[in-house]
Design a protein around this ligand. Structure first.
Ligand SMILES: [Zn+2]
Length: 141
C-alpha cells in the first residue's frame, strides 16, 4: 500500500500572520465526507495558538479560512465548543471508518498469504513426489 507521497502541498492566507501559509494535506482528505465544503481544524503559529479552520471542497481545494488567535484568557463560548467538538467527532468517526476498511484489507491480505503458503507447500510436495519417482526410475535403469 502506498503511504509515502500521499500528500500534496497547498496554501492558505492567514489574516493574523498577514501571509500565505504552506500546508501539507492528505491527497484523500476530501474523500467520504458527509457534506462539502467540510472543515479541517488545526492550530498553527510559532506558539501553536492560532486556531485555524479551513473549508475544503470536494476537489480538495481550500474555499475559505477562519483564524482565531487564542490567548490565555480565551474562553470558548458553549456554541464554539459544541461546533468544534462536533467537527472533531466527525473527523474521529471518519478515521475510525477508514481504520476499519484498512483492517479488512489487512485481513484479506493475511488470508491470501495463508492460501499462498498452502499452495507453496502443496507444490513442494508434488515436486518431491516427482523427484522421488524420477530417482526410482533412474535406479531401475
Ligand atoms: Zn498564520
Amino acid at each position: 500500500m502506498k503511504v509515502k507521497n500521499d500528500y500534496f502541498i497547498t496554501h492558505y492566507y492567514c489574516r493574523i500572520c498577514n501571509k500565505e501559509h504552506t500546508i501539507k494535506l492528505r491527497k484523500n482528505i476530501a474523500e467520504n465526507r458527509e457534506r462539502y465544503p467540510f472543515s479541517y481544524i488545526f492550530l498553527h503559529g510559532d506558539l501553536k495558538n492560532i486556531l485555524t479552520m479551513l473549508y475544503i471542497d470536494i476537489d480538495a481545494q481550500i474555499r475559505g479560512v477562519d483564524v482565531k488567535e487564542l490567548t490565555d484568557e480565551d474562553i470558548f463560548s458553549k456554541d464554539q465548543v459544541k461546533s468544534i467538538t462536533t467537527k472533531m467527532i466527525d473527523e474521529i468517526e471518519r478515521l475510525r471508518r477508514e481504520n476499519m476498511i484498512l483492517l479488512d484489507e489487512i485481513n484479506e491480505l493475511k488470508k491470501k498469504k495463508e492460501w499462498l503458503n498452502i499452495w507453496n507447500y502443496n507444490t513442494n510436495q508434488v515436486n518431491i513426489m516427482v523427484f522421488k519417482k524420477l530417482s526410482c526410475k533412474l535406479n531401475e535403469d
